[in-house]
Ligand binder design. Structure first.
Ligand SMILES: [Zn+2]
Length: 178
């Protein structure tokens, strides 16, 4: 089933009218109240952290989509929040780690189905320094974690294509400096 917004949304979210028409590439217009609703990509962050052995920290997803697959720590940017603030917050929430010296790496687009609706995200990846690994604790919404050094990463275990691309880019950058 095609779960893109134009196939799923039937009524105006403001007035409830069924005269809610998908027009152009990414917006709806209500024929009754003139509400104009845009389909945008949501900003999300992914954070790459490396231990003193040069291994990358990968988390295991506890929930759908891609439950049980590997991921990078991160999540959606809240309204009113910068992407840097979101990166620091997500790592703290998921792993109880404090990060700093964030360096922007690359962005990737992602698209997935959630509750019968296609969600579009733009994943912004940062490399971050961990202040201290002491006190690292996995939150309830994370199933676990794994370490993998460059050359040891099993891409078939990573869920999202966007995350695979980010990790591949990180690995290729390391090769350049070696
Ligand atoms: Zn309306």
């Amino acid at each position: 089933m095609n779960t893109s917004p134009e196939n799923v949304i039937s009524y105006c979210p403001k007035c409830g009218s069924d005269e809610f028409v998908f027009e152009g590439e990414r917006s709806f217009l209500c024929g009754k109240c003139k509400f104009n609703f845009f389909i945008n990509s949501a900003a999300a962050v992914a954070v790459l952290m490396v231990n003193d052995k040069g291994q990358l920290l990968l988390t295991k997803r506890a929930f759908e989509p891609q439950k049980g697959m590997l991921d990078l720590p991160g999540g959606f940017v809240d309204p009113g929040e910068t992407v840097e603030e979101a990166a620091v917050r997500e790592v703290k929430e998921e792993l109880n780690l404090d990060v700093h010296h964030l360096r922007y790496l690359i962005s990737q687009c992602n698209e997935y189905e959630y509750s019968g609706y296609t969600v579009y995200t733009t994943d912004l990846a940062f490399v971050a320094q961990v202040k201290s690994w002491d006190g690292m604790k996995v939150a309830d919404d994370v199933a676990g974690y794994e370490w993998a050094g460059p050359g040891e990463i099993d891409y078939s275990k990573i869920g999202a294509e966007s995350i695979k691309s980010i990790v591949r880019f990180w690995e290729s950058e390391l090769k350049k400096v070696q």
